[in-house]
Structure formats: structure tokens, C-alpha cells
Ligand binder design. Structure first.
Ligand code: UTP
Length: 335
């Protein structure tokens, strides 16, 4: 448990282009991974670390997020700010300046961490989680001197280190952070077309602000179909579920929502079946089937099936969005 009362800032206003077609109709954080939407895992982790107050930046399809949070996290004190235009992560966090006083922890909406968050908040220093990655060019990258961050660059073409920023930041004095963001927003400076959080932090570091890089191993990205499936495998390995299905073979680890109907099928390993989904006569492994999807006679692996999608009759790999209907059981002449 944390000793000081931190406010958690969770920006979830992004359009999630890398997860299209699912994100055309669903905000990224509402996609299922394991046994619940991404945002559910993030809020559980924050709550587990003793956080009581959350400020969420919503925008694109934000109503769906608000609805889910209101229904499932009544006990958390959640405030919302709207980001009507996706101007970048720095802009999103700047918008929360009137929502936060005192210490703040920022947690990105597309990252699930397997790390002790209270460690960040109990540290007397300001901290940023980092991880060594193979190709740091698509991340914010830090340089370190004497145990503290000495420079930071967002998505550098020629990174000087392979230490990437991985989605959690803690600051004891939020006004220093918001002052730097304010200056950046006022200056109109953008990198790659967006007001970058990394640029505001880099300016603080340049002025001598001490930020400790905290290496973490358990970092699970949810930003792309393949990383979402990888994160799903991790969650299913970690949590133990007792899935139920009629006349079916279950190969663990598997999650089947109690409101899903699975019959005459082989499910697993690594399958997540969401609320109200219906599966009959199918073989499903290493896949996520979102709520109310309808699947018959399919053999799916490495697939994402969107909410309320209908998929009937073919062995293949699929990435199907919300409300789509794909049928392989009719010829063109039948339709
Ligand atoms: P990403 O950079 O992954 O953007 O944002 P995105 O829109 O979610 O996904 P892609 O890149 O288009 O596929 C990291 C986090 O910051 C939030 C996103 O919602 C995500 O949780 N974010 C980003 C905002 O809230 N506002 C922004 O302007 C940018």
C-alpha cells in the first residue's frame, strides 16, 4: 500500500489506429484481454496499489469507457476530462492540470504492467519505468548518468540507448510537471506532429530535475493485434479460471465468461471468450473473442474477433471488427 495519496492520471483518448478495424467502433481500452477490457486491468492494478482517485482523459468513443467504469468501479473516485482533438500525450496530460494536486502517477491506457506499482509511489524520488527493447525507435528513449535520467528523446531515428519508456511515471510534485507541460503547450512545439509528454519531461531533466529510471520486466503492450494476443497469453497463464462449456474439450489456460455459451467445441490453449459470446462446433486457440460474438464451424488461431461479429464456417486466421458478418458457407450465387 502507498503511504502518500497519489492521483492516477490515465489518458485513454487515443484513436488506436494500429488496432483497426476493432477501434473503428470500440475504444482500444475497451477491447478484451484475458477476462476483462484493458482498462479493467489497469484500474485493478491501480486500486491494488492503493490508488483511490483517478483522472481519466477521454475523447474518442469515451462514452463507452465512462459507462464501463461507472458500472464496474463505483468505489473509485473517477473524474473525466475531455480531449476533443488527439493532439498528443503531452496535451492529454496537460488537460488534467485542474484535476490534480499533490503527487501524481501517470499510467498509459495501452499498457498492462506486471510490476509492484506501490514501489514507484513509495519511492522518495520521481520515477519513470523503463525497459531494454530490441528496437527503441518507436518509443521514448532515455539516457542515464549517475543513476538518473540525463536526456530523453521521443521516437529517435538514431537512439543512443535501448532503454525505452514503458508507460508509468510518478511525480511527487505535480506542479513542476504541469508547469513544464504548460510551457510546451504555450510554445506550440510538437514532435512528429504531436505535443509529446517526453518533450515536457526532457525539458525538466535539462533544467536539472532528477528522475530515477526504474527497470521493469513485466510490461505488456496492448497496442497491436499481435501484442494484444501476447498479453492475453500472459494474463491467462497468470490468472487461473474455471471455464465451463457443454460437450467440449477445454485445453487450459482458457477464460470463458459465465455468460458465454460454448458447445461442441475444442477451446484453448490461450483462448478468451467474452460476455454473451456464442461458439458452436469450432476449434479456438490463441484468440480473443469479444462480447456477443457468434462463431460456428470455425477453426481459429491467432485471431481477434470483435464484439457482436458473426463468423461462420471456415478454417482460417481472422481479425474481425465489431458487428461484421463473415460467412464461408454460401457461394456467391446463394447470396
Ligand atoms: P498511443 O500513442 O498508443 O496512441 O497512445 P493511440 O491512439 O492509443 O494508438 P495508435 O498509435 O493510433 O495505434 C498511448 C496512450 O496515450 C493516449 C492513448 O489513448 C493511449 O492510452 N493518448 C495518446 C491520449 O489520450 N491522447 C493523445 O492525444 C494521444
Amino acid at each position: 500500500m502507498i503511504k502518500t495519496e497519489f492521483t492516477a492520471v490515465v489518458p485513454v483518448a487515443g484513436t488506436g489506429t494500429r488496432l483497426r478495424p476493432h477501434t473503428y467502433t470500440y475504444p482500444k481500452v475497451m477491447l478484451t484481454v484475458g477476462d476483462k477490457p484493458i482498462i479493467g486491468h489497469i484500474l485493478d492494478d491501480l486500486e491494488g496499489a492503493g490508488i483511490k482517485k483517478v483522472c481519466m482523459v477521454v475523447g474518442y468513443l469515451g462514452e463507452k469507457i465512462k459507462e464501463y467504469v461507472a458500472k464496474n468501479y463505483k468505489h473509485l473516485d473517477v473524474a473525466y476530462v475531455e480531449q476533443t482533438e488527439q493532439k498528443g500525450l503531452g496535451h492529454a496530460i496537460w488537460l488534467t492540470r485542474r484535476c490534480v494536486t499533490g503527487p501524481v502517477v501517470v499510467m498509459l491506457g495501452d499498457t498492462i504492467l506486471d510490476a509492484d506499482l506501490s514501489k514507484f509511489m513509495n519511492s522518495k524520488e520521481d520515477c519513470i519505468a523503463v525497459k531494454e527493447v530490441g528496437d527503441p525507435r518507436r518509443f521514448g528513449v532515455v539516457e542515464v548518468k549517475g543513476g538518473y535520467i540525463s536526456a530523453m528523446v521521443e521516437k529517435p531515428e538514431n537512439p543512443k540507448t535501448n532503454l525505452a519508456i514503458v508507460g508509468i511515471y510518478s511525480f511527487h510534485n505535480s506542479s513542476a510537471l504541469y508547469n513544464s507541460l504548460e510551457k510546451l503547450v504555450d510554445s506550440g512545439i510538437t514532435t512528429k506532429g504531436e505535443i509529446q509528454f517526453t518533450d515536457a519531461l526532457a525539458a525538466m531533466v535539462k533544467c536539472g530535475h532528477k528522475i530515477r529510471p526504474v527497470p521493469i520486466d513485466g510490461w505488456y503492450d496492448c497496442g497491436k493485434p499481435e501484442t494484444l494476443l501476447e498479453t492475453n497469453r500472459h494474463i491467462l497463464d497468470k490468472k487461473k479460471f474455471s471455464p465451463k462449456a457443454k460437450n467440449s474439450l477445454i485445453i487450459p489456460p482458457v477464460y470463458i465468461s459465465p455468460t458465454a455459451k460454448v458447445e461442441n467445441s475444442i477451446v484453448g490453449p490461450y483462448a478468451s471468450i467474452g460476455d454473451g459470446a456464442s461458439i458452436d462446433s469450432s476449434i479456438i486457440s490463441d484468440s480473443i473473442v469479444n462480447e456477443n460474438a457468434f462463431i460456428i464451424n470455425m477453426n481459429l488461431s491467432g485471431s481477434l474477433v470483435g464484439p457482436s461479429a458473426t463468423v461462420i464456417g471456415r478454417k482460417d486466421q481472422l481479425n474481425v471488427g465489431e458487428n461484421s458478418e463473415i460467412r464461408f458457407d454460401k457461394t456467391a450465387c446463394d447470396i
